[in-house]
Design a protein around this ligand. Structure first.
Ligand code: PMV
Length: 347
């Protein structure tokens, strides 16, 4: 058997409201359920050229933003070994991967989520061409994305996505993400403006951050808190309760960073501008009663979430601010990956 071709996908990043921070023993098993909003505009674009031929050895070359990256190749080798459990044809495949993002580095946008999910989508499509009995579906795509980066499991679908098992949402799984159904229309389209205050790459990776949760003194409390917030957030998203949404969103963001600060070594990712922005946004909200809520990933930059009805006022508040920032990136709710190109032939 011999099949060769070229496939391209784009896949978005996502912003977690209930944060995944810390793992259970096993292969990328989350400590608590997480819930995120899939973004639309902030995307990775990946093209995979491949030749699957029985008898040849596996090889891979990775080009990131135009340059070959041995670092990414080394990281992906481990992932390929894991996912060859699902795609055994990988053992005799040659791959050339090219990837880039349409958003800047270190802007507080999870590039591992968009990057790993777009590659997972490409491989899943190749699987569909190679195997007649392919089980190409969102669950498998989410599962193999997760094995590369936990948050990537949530990027292969939208608009609001759950990853991790819990008592309140038995349809959830630790192995793959699922879409939250019965969303209140107010949450169908939410704006996310990313306030970029710092572009210095973070000193500690999220992989190391997850590890710090292993012996964390607040671990048990965090699991309880995340599960409680998770249940309440589902309620807020389904009933359209903005006040509750806002309360949980900010509590989760501040708790994530409190956990980091209390970790061994004191992981401190905020800058002074991050703190000033949070004060400014809260005081503007108090003054005008505008529905807006901030959250943060593992970084210094702020995601500001607000409905369309508040757009004009929020943009004015952002423009009027004297708090320093590098740029604003405007995004909104999205639905997941998009296939851009697919050609193949038997050789
Ligand atoms: O998927 P990872 O290993 O890069 O971890 C993501 C961690 C957070 O972005 C802080 C939270 C989340 O759930 O996306």
């Amino acid at each position: 058997m011999c099949i060769q071709g070229k496939i391209s996908y784009s896949s978005p990043s996502n912003i977690a409201i209930i944060k995944y921070w810390g793992k259970e023993p096993g292969d990328q098993i989350p400590m608590n359920p997480s819930l995120s909003m899939t973004l639309d505009k902030c995307r990775s674009f990946t093209t995979v050229e491949y030749k699957v031929k029985k008898g040849q050895d596996f090889s891979v070359e990775v080009f990131f933003e135009g340059k070959r990256s041995m670092e990414i190749e080394a990281k992906l080798q481990r992932w390929f070994t894991k996912i060859s459990y699902f795609f055994s044809w990988l053992n005799y495949t040659q791959l050339r991967i090219e990837s880039h993002n349409n958003f800047p580095h270190s802007a507080g946008i999870a590039s591992s989520a968009s990057g790993m999910s777009t590659l997972a989508m490409c491989l899943s499509a190749i699987d569909g061409h190679v195997r007649d009995d392919s089980t190409k579906n969102r669950q498998l795509q989410s599962n193999i994305s997760r094995l590369g980066s936990g948050s990537a499991s949530r990027s292969v679908m939208g608009p609001w996505v759950i990853w991790g098992k819990s008592e309140v949402y038995p349809e959830g799984s630790d192995e793959y993400a699922v879409v939250l159904p019965e969303l209140h229309p107010d949450f169908n389209n939410l704006n996310d403006t990313i306030i970029v205050v710092n572009k210095t790459p973070k000193a500690i990776s999220s992989r190391d951050g997850h590890t710090l949760m292993q012996g964390h003194p607040w671990r048990r409390g965090r699991i309880e808190q995340a599960n409680k917030n998770f249940a309440e957030l589902i309620n807020a998203l389904q009933t359209g309760d903005w006040k509750l949404f806002q309360k949980i969103t900010e509590n989760e963001a501040l708790s994530l960073h409190a956990l980091m600060l209390a970790s061994e070594g004191g992981m401190m990712l905020w800058t002074g501008d991050t703190v000033e922005w949070m004060h400014y946004l809260r005081s503007e909200r108090q003054r005008g009663g505008i529905p807006m809520a901030f959250t943060l990933d593992a970084g210094a930059n702020i995601h500001l979430l607000y409905p369309d009805s508040a757009k004009e006022e929020v943009l004015r508040i952002l423009q009027d601010s004297h708090v320093p920032h590098i740029e604003f990136i405007h995004d909104h709710t999205g639905n997941g990956p998009e296939k851009l190109h697919d050609e193949y032939e038997h050789c």
